[in-house]
Structure formats: structure tokens, C-alpha cells
Design a protein around this ligand. Structure first.
Ligand code: SF4
Length: 127
């Protein structure tokens, strides 16, 4: 929402604890942020990051050959920029893993050129 003075107001539900505070971020014309509605410092840190450079962990599955199931659950080793998530998914869709595989194995390093590796979430033997 834009305000009359040229500032922008966004309300974020804080996801850092079950209290779920609604935190208001007012972004001024000069780029400075005013944060209110948070009960604690964690919420302040969370919304500042969410407002300026949001990141997400990605979980998905990749093709798996030679195991009892055809898909291997995987996740990113760390958060990736939110606007790169679809790119990470597209790269993951091209991955083919051959069993056996161990939980924690890197199935794709630096996925989509990010700092995150794609990691196996479970171990599966060859059948
Ligand atoms: S601001 Fe603090 S108390 Fe409120 S939801 Fe976030 S972490 Fe919980």
C-alpha cells in the first residue's frame, strides 16, 4: 500500500513463533524502514530481511533410478533468494539420481548458480 507522502506500508505476519504478530513495515522515500507491531527483536530482524531480500528453503523431489521408489525427496542446503526459487525448481527437474543414495548426499551442487546445494533427504538402497 502506498501512502500520501510517498512512503509504502506493508503488513507481514511474523512466522518466527506461534504468537504470529502482524508487523507493519513503512518504507520511506529515502529507503529507511520503520517497523512496528513486533513483540520482540526476532520479529524486527525477520521483517527487515523479508522486506528487503526474502529467501526461502526449497524442497522437492528428483527422478531416481534403481530404487524401490521413483522419486527422491531433496532440499536446498540453505535458503535461496525468493525470486530464484522457480529457477531452482527448473534445475531440479533435470536431475537424475542413481541408487544407492545416502541422506545428505549432494545431488546437485550450487543449484541454479546459488550458494545452495541440492541435498538428498533420505537414504535409498539399490533394488
Ligand atoms: S515478533 Fe516475536 S513474539 Fe511476535 S511472532 Fe515474531 S517472534 Fe513471535
Amino acid at each position: 500500500m502506498s501512502n500520501a507522502k510517498g512512503s509504502r506500508t506493508v503488513i507481514y505476519p511474523c512466522i518466527k513463533c506461534p504468537t504470529s504478530c502482524e508487523i507493519v513495515v513503512v518504507e520511506r522515500e529515502d529507503g529507511s524502514l520503520e517497523v512496528s507491531g513486533n513483540v520482540c527483536k526476532l520479529g524486527n530482524e525477520y521483517v527487515r530481511k523479508e522486506h528487503t531480500s526474502p529467501e526461502r528453503n526449497v524442497t522437492t523431489t528428483v527422478k531416481l533410478l534403481g530404487a524401490a521408489i521413483p522419486r527422491l525427496p531433496v532440499r536446498t542446503s540453505c535458503e535461496v533468494p525468493k525470486d530464484r526459487v522457480m529457477e531452482v525448481m527448473a534445475h531440479s527437474a533435470r536431475v537424475l539420481v542413481q541408487a544407492p543414495v545416502k541422506e545428505g548426499d549432494v545431488v546437485l551442487a550450487a543449484v541454479a548458480g546459488t550458494k545452495a546445494d541440492l541435498i538428498a533427504c533420505r537414504s535409498l538402497d539399490r533394488v
